[in-house]
Design a protein around this ligand. Sequence first.
Ligand code: ADP
Length: 269
Amino acid sequence: VYKVYCEDLYNGDKHAGKILVHRNITKEFEVDQMKSEFVSTVSHELRTPLASILGFTELMMNRELKAERQKKYLATILSEANRLTALINDFLDVQRMEAGKQTYEKKYIELKPILNNVINHQQVHTQLHHFTINSDTDNDVILGDKLKIEQIFTNLINNAIKYSPDGGTIKVNLYNKNDRLCVDIEDMGLGIPEEALDKIFTKFYRVDNTDLRRIGGTGLGLAIVQEIVKAHLGDITVRSTYGQGSIFTVSFPSVPSVIDNEAGDDGND
Ligand code: ADP
């Protein structure tokens, strides 16, 4: 992107002519575009839950409602308020990570109980999806920050649910490969177009298609996941067939089994 404009040239006080300036403003243009996308995403994502909190609160104040209906509205208000909290936490996390201020409290932890916990928590949000967990390893210990590791799998499993609107099975597979402990999260959902595969980990990026526009999101989840994975010397990759489903694979350095015993039952709730 170029900005073209005319500038007067002076020799001392004397007008000496005009020059045509072509300035490459691609970078500024991209930054501006990112900023305006950010503002519109943030305001949309914050406004939607706020509108329903305000709407239902007003309804409850202005009408005589049966207890059952009141309870239903309160449940909606609670879940929308939780959504707002999660969004704000995501924004803060990204800011902290970018400022290099994120801290990690690493301990030896077992992955399998963490995956089971995350699945149990996420299962509450869906009646359509079926979960399977398969573990093909007897050493599932990594050196990690338990809450942050939970966040990785919460985001990935939440996406697997969100982008499989018609349900299907979500398979979680834990195994060892070349001294690494790997977790596959596989869904049978919408899939990701090939040209988007290397962009989805970029902050605020969301695949642009009408089906997906109806599914709420900030485009921050995978950027956060990638940061946490990196901070644990891990790696994340994705394979996907558009229209059929996706497999996200996260891997961490395995911890030698001598240290396994120290992990205790740290992973359990
Ligand atoms: P969000 O879900 O809030 O948009 P993410 O950073 O978690 O943000 O994901 C970025 C984009 O990657 C999503 O908008 C979606 O287009 C795509 N995506 C992520 N996970 C999946 C998945 N399991 N199936 C299909 N598309 C996905």
